[in-house]
Structure formats: structure tokens, C-alpha cells
Design a protein around this ligand. Structure first.
Ligand SMILES: [Zn+2]
Length: 267
């Protein structure tokens, strides 16, 4: 009779240890090394209704993308439900700051600690409460430096900023937006090219032919390429990409043989 409580305690101990080991694995759930070249499509801010409306286009090409959400405290119930739908559909939800503050300016005006406590930690707390565990952060206005990267690396596996295309360069020659597949693991911040206003006309800011050529380059050289946009709509004046143009990009990525990676897929 005296042995039984000991056995019970031992069993409880084993169960507790097993739970702890499992929780530990979930906490550092880093995906495996990438096997194929791919495209990482990202969309910023709070255009959740429009992103959800584009879901049939993503589904048609089995494309999964990353949505970087800002002002999480101001989202209404419909937007929060929309994010859950996007998550269930296999897309990643990343952090884009609580107040869309420019990281370098804010850190210079206060400190890294202050920036993290007003812009990052409250955003993460709200996202966690909504059942979202962001692995990634997109810099508002692409403002970053070594100090901001270092501070944010404690919270996120990868970061995203953006670059313009130099006047004497085309998109396929903009080296910053390409990462060799085997270098993704060690590159904290991946740089994207903006594809808002992309279109078929050669006189537009982002001719589709250059986007297609950039996708082809990534496929040929075993690289990952990153793009970013905002709203997905034909009806607005602000930063947006037309659904028809987005579909052309998805179709070309498939033809080129690229995988669609979300930020959560990146090791
Ligand atoms: Zn933004």
C-alpha cells in the first residue's frame, strides 16, 4: 500500500516531463530547409476585407502569402474573423507594429526598450490573445538599421523591408530582393520590391514583364524573391494591386516552377 503513492507520483512526473518537452518543441518550431526556389508575396496594413475577397484567386493557384497587420487594437470583429479565415486558408499573419511607427525614428527619439514596449510588445500581446503567433515583422515605411534589426531579432525569426528599383536597373537586376535558397536561414531581413500599381503597360511604374523576368531569374538561380503590396482592389487610389494583375503574377510564378512560401515557411 505504501508503494502506490510513489508510483502515482512517478507517473505524474513522467507525464509532466512529456508535456514540457512537447511545449518546448512547439516553441522553437523552425521549418525545415527550403528545397525549391520560391516567391514570398506579402501584403501590408489592414485591408483584411479586400484580402479575403482575393482568397479565391490565391486558392486557384494554391498560393499562400503573408499579411502584415498593423493597428491590431483597432480591428473590428469582422476584420478579426477575416484574419482567422485567412490563417485557416494557410496564409501567415505577421506583425506590422501597433501604431505603424517608423522604427529608426522612434528608437532615436527614445530608446530600443521604449520602442519595443510601445510598438512591438503590445501588438504581439493582442495578436497572441487572438490566437496568432507571428514569426515575422514588416518595417513600416521600410525604415530600418542594424540597431532596429538587432532589437527585433529577439521577437521574430525574419523581418521584411523594401527597396526601390534604381533608375539604371530593372527588377531582375535588383540584387537586394533575391536570396539564394540556402541563405534564407541566416538572412534575418529579407528585402521586397513593391508591386502596388503593377500593370501590363510598359510606361507604368512596374511593368509586368519585369516582374515576370524577376520570377524567372529566381527560378533559374534557385533563389527566393520577395514582393510587397497593400490593398488588393481596382477601386481605390491608395497603394493597391489589381486582382487581375495579381492573378497574372501568381500564374507566372506557377509556370516558372516557383513555390509559394509564406514567412512562416522560412527556416
Ligand atoms: Zn504599412
Amino acid at each position: 500500500m505504501k508503494v502506490r503513492p510513489r508510483i502515482l507520483l512517478l507517473l505524474l512526473g513522467v507525464i509532466f516531463m512529456t508535456i514540457c518537452v512537447d511545449l518546448g518543441k512547439a516553441g522553437d518550431n523552425v521549418p525545415p530547409k527550403l528545397e525549391r526556389p520560391g516567391v514570398v508575396l506579402t501584403f501590408d496594413d489592414t485591408f483584411i476585407t479586400q484580402w479575403l475577397a482575393a482568397q479565391p484567386i490565391f486558392a486557384k493557384y494554391n498560393a499562400h502569402v503573408t499579411f502584415f497587420v498593423t493597428t491590431f487594437d483597432k480591428l473590428d470583429a469582422t476584420q478579426l474573423a477575416g484574419l482567422q479565415e485567412l490563417k485557416i486558408a494557410g496564409h501567415a499573419i505577421g506583425c506590422h507594429g501597433l501604431r505603424h511607427l517608423k522604427a529608426v525614428d522612434t528608437m532615436r527619439q527614445s530608446s530600443a526598450k521604449e520602442y519595443l514596449s510601445i510598438e512591438i510588445e503590445p501588438a504581439l500581446a493582442l495578436m497572441h490573445a487572438a490566437g496568432i503567433e507571428p514569426t515575422c515583422f514588416a518595417y513600416p515605411s521600410s525604415q530600418r538599421n542594424v540597431e532596429t534589426d538587432t532589437a527585433l531579432a529577439q521577437y521574430f525569426r525574419h523581418l521584411r523591408a523594401g527597396t526601390g528599383v534604381a533608375p539604371d536597373q530593372t527588377l531582375p537586376r535588383t540584387e537586394a530582393i533575391f536570396t539564394p535558397v540556402n541563405d534564407v536561414l541566416t538572412r534575418l531581413c529579407l528585402i521586397g520590391a513593391g508591386i502596388d500599381y503593377a500593370g501590363p503597360q510598359a510606361d507604368q511604374d512596374k511593368p509586368l514583364e519585369y516582374i515576370f523576368a524577376a520570377l524567372d531569374r529566381a527560378a533559374q538561380r534557385n533563389e527566393v524573391i520577395v514582393f510587397y503590396a497593400h490593398n488588393i482592389s481596382d477601386e481605390v487610389r491608395g497603394n493597391h494591386i489589381s486582382p487581375a494583375v495579381l492573378e497574372k503574377i501568381l500564374a507566372h510564378a506557377v509556370t516558372a516552377g516557383l513555390a509559394f512560401y509564406t514567412y512562416d515557411d522560412l527556416p
